[in-house]
Design a protein around this ligand. Structure first.
Ligand code: MN
Length: 510
């Protein structure tokens, strides 16, 4: 794995800030501090959280609150703040601190004590364990300020509570990763395609990432510097990791095409590394000087964490990278995919997901086979590709589209099923899934929402991740799942149109 693709959760921090005040005396604050320390220790030792929680002490005044949020903003390692009001913390004190704070925020609505000590409870206990009302005061000011945040309610030792914090941490890490994400595009969008295009200025303002164009000739220059020894080593890696088709083995007809694919992969990896890029797009119309459409290279780079989008689809490239970061270390895998063709079969009606070549082997259900076949599109020599089918399981497919006045994220829960038969004449990697609740409703809703034919897919993630992401980005979120009905879905789209029109007006006046 390269330096650029690594997003090491171990190097990140989430800060924990406890709200209090001096009304109840110094002794109370000392206890609040001790309880907070114990909670943070418990959270860190739970083994559930991917990022370390760092306790930043109690804050008892507006000055202390502003100071801690300013420090959180300036500390690069800090990807977000968790707040909790152990006692009552008058929320006017929080206004200045929160006003300029832009990183993710999680409001942990918990209580140090798990159960009421019925025979012991007295006023001293009540002066301490006040989050039931203290957190409501804090919630008010965030709502009044229209601040997006995640609210996680429940006892801090509860594993469901810790799981929800873990989700938010993973999303916050991916959000931080996106703020300096550079996406390289070789070629433009595929001519005349609308849905994969959009406003790159707004994307940088809203979503953080930056999209740069490079002519394919720049990559060709890198390709020309790849040595035969480099290619030998790369081919040896392929032999170790994949089942190699006979025709691709040394001395056989397609071996040279595998070597050319290796040359492209080495050049592309070096290029992305030197340009400090985390994602890239290709276009089959812009291949001058390349031997073949890079297929194998895209597949392997995706598995390393580089986001990918075909035909110039930079939004999906960014989302694929974000999915990869969010799901690091979780079982499952993620990939770029395309709604390819339908299989109508009653309750098992499903969508075949594939692409010409570029599907990530992290979702493979078996050892991928490396083979070479002709490709009609692109007008180049026969490309190498990994062929496999994705394993069964639940996952999410998501996309982001530009609605003109905002970005809309569309998420569909999907169920990957076993392919009923092999496809010997379609030599591509693929998945077969049923969009929830059914193909008919899932596909209708997706189309009504204006969703792309390209998606980022993951087995490890759920719509909860997408909810946290869209809150951090402050973009529209549309979920299609087992509860979706078309009538209600249409209303949601209409209400959202109204909301985003009015919201923009509100922002202009606030
Ligand atoms: Mn495509």
């Amino acid at each position: 794995m390269t330096e650029q693709t690594r997003m090491n959760f171990k190097e990140l921090e989430v800060w924990f800030v406890t709200g209090a005040q001096l009304l109840y005396g110094g002794d109370a604050v000392v206890k609040v501090d001790a309880h907070s320390n114990e909670m943070v220790k418990g959270l860190n030792e739970s083994g559930k959280l991917p990022v370390k929680v760092v306790y930043k002490g109690t804050v008892n005044s507006g000055v202390e609150i502003a100071d801690v949020f300013r420090a959180a903003t300036n500390e690069e390692k800090c990807i977000g703040v968790i707040t909790w009001m152990h006692t009552f913390s008058p929320a006017k004190m929080w206004i200045h601190g929160l006003k300029d704070y832009k990183k993710p925020l999680l409001h942990l609505h918990t209580q140090f004590n798990k159960q009421i000590p019925w025979s012991e409870i007295d006023m001293d206990f009540m002066n301490l364990n006040q989050s039931a009302h203290g957190d409501r005061e804090f919630g008010y000011i965030l709502s009044r300020m229209r601040k997006n945040r995640k609210v996680v309610a429940g006892h801090w030792s509860d594993s469901n509570v810790q799981d929800r914090i873990a989700v938010w941490m993973r999303v916050a890490a991916a959000w931080a990763d996106a703020q300096d994400m550079r996406i390289i595009r070789f070629g433009d969008q595929m001519n005349n395609v609308a849905v994969t295009d959009g406003d790159k200025v707004e994307a940088e303002l809203r979503l953080g990432y930056h999209v740069d164009y490079f002519p394919i000739g720049d990559l060709v220059a890198y390709q020309d510097k790849v040595s035969e020894t480099d290619i030998d080593d790369m081919v040896a890696t392929y032999e170790k990791e994949y089942a190699i088709a006979d025709s691709c083995k040394k001395g056989n007809a397609n071996h040279n095409q595998v070597r050319e694919a290796a040359r492209e992969e080495i050049a592309l990896r070096r290029f992305l590394k030197e340009k400090n890029a985390k994602a890239f797009t290709t276009n089959f119309d812009a291949l001058h000087g390349l031997n073949q459409l890079p297929g194998l290279a895209c597949q392997r780079l995706m598995a390393e964490g580089y986001g990918f989008g075909a035909e110039g689809d930079w939004k999906t490239a960014a989302l694929c990278r974000t999915f990869w970061v969010m799901s690091q270390g979780l079982p499952g895998g993620c990939s770029f995919l395309e709604d390819y063709t339908y299989h109508f079969d009653g309750e098992k009606s499903a969508i075949l997901q594939a692409h010409m070549l570029e599907v990530c082997p992290l979702i493979a259900g078996e050892k991928p086979r490396l083979d070479v076949f002709p490709l009609g599109i692109g007008g180049k020599a026969d490309p190498a590709r990994l062929i496999f089918t994705a394993h069964e399981g639940s996952g999410v497919a998501a996309t982001i589209v530009d609605m003109g006045n905002r970005f809309r994220m569309i998420v569909n829960d999907v169920k990957v099923i076993k392919q009923p038969a092999p496809m010997p004449k379609l030599p591509v990697a693929s998945a077969l899934w049923i969009p929830q609740p059914t193909l008919e409703i899932g596909a209708s809703a997706w189309i009504l929402a204006g969703g792309t034919h390209h998606t980022a897919f993951s087995y490890a993630l759920t719509s909860e991740y997408m909810e946290d992401y869209s809150d951090m980005a402050d973009i529209e979120l549309i979920c299609i799942n087992k509860n979706t009905t078309i009538g209600e879905f249409k209303k949601e789209l209409r209400y959202n149109d109204l909301y985003y029109m009015l919201n923009r007006a509100l922002q202009a006046y606030s």
